[in-house]
Design a protein around this ligand. Structure first.
Ligand code: M6R
Length: 368
């Protein structure tokens, strides 16, 4: 059933263009308006939401971090993200006008399940973003947006993550549409950009040999850092988590803007540092990340830079450049995560580890 692949994870990485396309399928019309027939919350209920709290564990929580940037930008509804395991133990302030969004591939994660039970007891509406039809979390939620990734067998989430991102974008745009926010004009343009993502992922996968080669070359290192800013920050966290899970290595993700507040002290000659560069835009994010790359390069780090095609500004400071197809900043994580998945899988396999069943981990964590 691995379809000729050595590992399910590799098959699932390659299934991502289709999985993302399937998750977007039928969720917008030809004019770029969102259509969510399955949404069981009325427009009135959604218009009454004054706060969104997104919860999830591990990779799902990183999808939630990306979603926060997108949903706040498009809807202007204040949005918090929290690890599901932390949520209920701090007596969170949630109530009737709070929408809790629970993200879970399996739909069975105990931390997330307990968190939504708590939220519903407080009177909040819960919307699940889930990949498993009929699982417990969507059954106990008020509404659900299913991701259409198909079964994810490998413990390390790949297509689960990308389709969670796609579903979060759909949710954010749908909320913006229902509420008629000032970013309404961006909706159809963003839907058109979402449609391009499957091809963008395909392009990255076609170029993945270079990433695999890099993984084999770096297989002797014990520590890896990942830096990103804005939506690139959760991508950095995800890149580090993949490497921890699969290769049992010390890997850390940082917000690039935090470098000077501590992490730069650990930079030493030869240390591999992956950096996700945001597309050039009107804000100064891009220049700031480029200057971070200069700073770590000046301290001898080996820089692996993920950057949009056509952007050569980082070339002088990059030991390795991984080019990403063009996408708006908010959607870039769908592309930037892919080389990091490929890298972690290849490095783990170079080290002789079980890529699908890493030690100490289970696919769905049904105890708190
Ligand atoms: O099934 P869930 O999405 O609720 O699972 C959440 C995490 O346990 C999961 O994402 C975990 O972090 C993965 N092993 C990441 O690759």
């Amino acid at each position: 059933e691995k379809g000729g692949y050595d590992w399910f994870m590799l098959k699932e990485i390659d299934e991502q263009p289709q999985a993302v396309a399937d998750t977007l399928l039928g969720r917008h019309d030809s004019a770029g308006r969102l259509v969510l027939d399955e949404m069981r919350l009325s427009d009135d209920e959604l218009r009454g939401v004054d706060k969104i709290v997104i919860i999830g564990c591990g990779t799902a929580s990183y999808a939630g971090m990306v979603a926060k940037y997108a949903i706040e930008h498009w809807t202007r509804i204040p949005c918090e993200v929290e690890l599901a395991s932390e949520f209920r133990y701090r007596d969170p302030i949630v109530g009737r006008s709070t929408l809790v969004v629970a993200i879970s591939q399996s739909g069975e994660t105990a931390d997330t399940l307990q968190a939504i039970r708590h939220a519903r007891q407080q009177g909040s509406k819960v919307l699940a973003i889930c990949n498993t039809n009929g699982s417990t979390i969507p059954r106990e939620s008020d509404a659900v947006i299913y991701t259409h990734a198909g079964p994810e067998i490998a413990v390390a989430s790949t297509k689960g993550f990308l389709t969670q991102l796609a579903a979060c974008y759909v949710l954010g745009l749908y909320l913006a549409q229902v509420r008629g926010t000032k970013y309404g004009d961006e909706i159809s343009a963003t839907v058109a950009e979402l449609q391009k993502l499957p091809d963008g992922i395909r392009t990255i996968l076609e170029r993945a040999d270079a990433v695999r080669e890099l993984a084999r070359e770096l297989a002797g290192h014990r520590t890896f850092l990942f830096l990103g800013r804005h939506v690139g920050y959760p991508v950095a966290l995800e890149g580090a988590l993949k490497l921890k899970e699969l290769a049992y290595l010390h890997a850390e993700g940082f917000a690039a803007g935090e470098l000077k507040h501590g992490p730069i002290a650990v930079i030493e000659p030869g240390l591999p540092v992956f950096v996700v560069v945001p597309p050039k835009g009107r804000d100064q994010l891009h220049e700031k990340v480029v200057s971070n790359i200069q700073e770590i390069r000046a301290r001898g780090a080996r820089t692996v830079v993920l950057v949009e095609e056509g952007d050569t500004s980082v070339d002088p400071y990059a030991d390795v450049v991984i080019r990403l197809p063009k996408a708006p900043t908010l959607l870039q994580p769908v592309l930037a995560a892919v080389p990091l998945q490929v890298f972690a899988a290849e490095l783990a396999s170079a080290l002789g580890h079980d890529v699908d069943q890493p030690r100490n981990l289970a696919k769905s964590v049904t105890v708190e």
